[in-house]
Ligand binder design. Structure first.
Ligand SMILES: *Cc1c(COP(=O)(O)O)cnc(C)c1O
Length: 219
């Protein structure tokens, strides 16, 4: 099936409250444009250099999502245009985003990444750390970032019960910690292999790459 057909099939299967981010990392501009012409506007990348190159080359009404691990020294390259940063995993990173967004007179939308998987290689806050960053004293000193919600990645596993339980835990944190916060309406969970489970557990944003674009083209 073509990229446009894959997109259409996935879009049609998503409930109306779920937003699709098309993860285009390693795929070329022509593939992204095929999705763009099919109506897709939100694209996700996990490397700053690749993200910046594609932003420069492609139509300016594309919403660019930074979905990967973000190093503080690279925030300055994307602070001027990025639409949503999914992987904020430290207060120092949040402070850097605030500073660089301020330099562009922007308020940058961010998701706090939570470590929900068994793999230690995955990033994110634990529950206690999350409560720490979400204290009013911390956030009120960062006027150029806006916490839009939480993001998490489940264990890479064939066991749907394990994956579901991890997403359920993230949803419970979301309900407890985002309740009553203005604009905190995004729960980013679910990729090609597990987005149906994630939606069943309350995801409002899925990040899907290979089911749209096929296997990744690693150099
Ligand atoms: C690559 C990536 C995805 C998409 O993965 P697929 O399995 O290709 O859908 C989603 N989220 C993050 C953080 C990623 O790095």
């Amino acid at each position: 099936m073509s990229i446009a057909e894959n997109l259409k099939k996935i879009e049609e299967s998503l409930p109306p409250q779920v937003t699709l981010v098309a993860v285009s990392k390693t795929h070329g501009e022509s593939e992204i444009m095929e999705a763009y012409h099919a109506g897709q506007r939100a694209f996700g990348e996990n490397k700053v250099q690749e993200l910046v190159g594609k932003w420069e080359a492609l139509p300016k009404d594309i919403e660019w999502h930074m979905i990967g691990h973000l190093q503080r020294n690279k925030v300055k390259y994307l602070a001027g245009f990025v639409s949503l940063i999914h992987g904020v995993d430290s207060q120092r990173l949040l402070e850097e985003i605030d500073k660089r967004a301020g330099a562009h007179n922007r308020v940058v939308d961010c998701l706090l990444q939570v470590h929900i998987a068994r793999e230690s290689s995955k990033f994110g806050f634990d529950e206690k750390e999350l409560e720490g960053v979400l204290q009013e004293g911390v956030l009120s000193s960062l006027p150029n970032v806006r916490i839009r919600g939480l993001m998490g990645m489940a264990t890479f596993s064939d066991d749907p019960e394990l994956v579901a339980s991890e997403f359920r835990y993230l949803k419970s944190l979301f309900d407890r910690l985002m309740a009553g916060r203005e604009h905190a309406d995004i729960l980013s969970m679910g990729m090609s292999g597990d987005y149906r489970i994630a939606i069943g557990e309350g995801s409002t944003m899925v990040r899907i790459g290979s089911s749209i674009f096929g296997e990744r083209n690693y150099p």
